[in-house]
Design a protein around this ligand. Structure first.
Ligand code: KG4
Ligand code: ZN
Length: 340
């Protein structure tokens, strides 16, 4: 079964063709991140305008790359939320128009379900349920216990900033290019992760929630006290800040393994799962860790949406095609395939 996946929840225009939820035939992403670099953030209206311009060329490229014509596509899957409303509408309107003119079914996908499905892409051996999945990006940080593709329970979430947001804000405070995650990781390579110590978030709390705003504030005050910083101090700060974020994520995963000891694997997904330092910390846990096979499957992409569409179709058949609304603020519990 060939699924066309469309993802436009933030600044990217991403279209992919995936066969049977795993085999990626094409995965095209056009991002306007560079245009927003000087602003260290995204202007929603500008992002949506760029997506309108890019959508058809990206779609054509994805079909061509997969050596497909519209006739070969069995199903269209599109991100219906959460995200920037204008951007989401570009994707869902395109999906609906294609579905109508090609005579194909269309499924609306929760963005998180897409990320959760990204560890299946290009895997030959199937991941084993039940598993624990940390989904950490610029918009959310969540810990899921997954019994199947369509049955998951949310164990914990951030109480304030998302992990990627902490990287982005930290990067901007350190004078590094946007987005902060990859810039901090690059800069941290030359630094000492123990040079500065940051407070441990939610230290007394034995639950599974996260908090990152305290780390951000601690970095702000450290920078204020240091005044002008040298290049080596910048690298030490980047390394120590990255260490603090990744240790918090790792501690919560260890705690979660004690809560659900039957979990067979730990998955990490979302933009922050691209972080090599985080991956190295998680390699020493008691159960195997799996991250998306390619870095381009960690950050937002169309392939993960196509995979999620395939798994929903497998479980629910035509019921999965029931109409959907596009929404900027979808709750996970309201959505087919997530909590139930
Ligand atoms: O999943 P994603 O592409 O978009 C959202 O759904 O938010 O994640 C983007 C986030 C950004 O905050 C970015 O700084 C972070 O993921 N990120 C990273 C890395 N690459 C991207 N964070 C840490 N290390 C990285 N290598
Ligand atoms: Zn995302």
């Amino acid at each position: 079964m060939k699924v066309l996946g469309i993802e436009t929840s933030c600044d990217e225009t991403a279209v992919a063709v995936v066969e049977d939820g795993r085999t990626v035939l094409s995965n095209v992403i056009s991002s306007s991140k560079a245009a927003f670099e000087v602003l260290a953030g995204v202007i929603p209206e500008e992002a949506a305008r760029k997506q309108l311009e890019c959508m058809l060329p990206v779609l054509e490229q994805a079909l061509k790359g997969a050596r497909c014509t519209p006739k070969d596509i069995d199903l269209i899957a599109v991100t219906r939320g959460p995200g920037l409303l204008g951007s989401l509408l570009v994707g869902t309107m395109t999906a609906r128009a294609l579905a109508r003119s090609w005579g194909k079914p269309v499924i609306g996908i929760h963005h998180t379900l897409g990320h959760l499905s990204s560890t299946w892409l290009e895997r030959t051996e199937a991941p084993i349920f039940p598993l624990l999945c940390l989904s950490a990006s610029g918009g959310h940080t969540e810990l899921w216990y997954r019994r199947s593709h369509t049955d998951s329970t949310l164990l914990g979430r951030t109480r304030d900033d998302a992990a990627g947001e902490a990287f982005d804000k930290g990067g901007s405070m350190l004078g590094l290019p946007y987005p902060g995650g990859p810039s901090i990781e690059r800069c941290a390579k030359g630094g000492n992760p123990n040079a500065f110590s940051f407070p441990k978030p939610l230290k007394e709390d034995k639950g599974l929630d996260f908090s990152f705003s305290g780390l951000k504030t601690a970095l702000k005050y450290t920078l204020r006290d240091l005044g002008e910083i040298s290049e080596s101090q910048q690298a030490d700060l980047a390394a120590s800040f990255q260490h603090a974020i990744c240790m918090h994520l790792t501690d919560r995963l260890k705690q979660a393994l004690r809560t659900v000891p039957d979990a067979k694997e730990i998955h990490i997904v979302g933009g922050v799962s691209a972080n090599g330092y985080l991956r190295s910390l998680l390699e020493h846990l008691d159960v195997p860790m799996r991250a998306p096979k390619k870095l381009s499957y960690c950050t937002d992409n169309g392939a993960m949406i196509a995979a999620a569409g395939y798994f929903l179709h497998e479980e629910f058949g035509e019921r999965a095609y029931a109409g959907f609304e596009t929404s900027a603020s979808l709750k996970a519990g309201d959505v087919l395939g997530l909590e139930r």
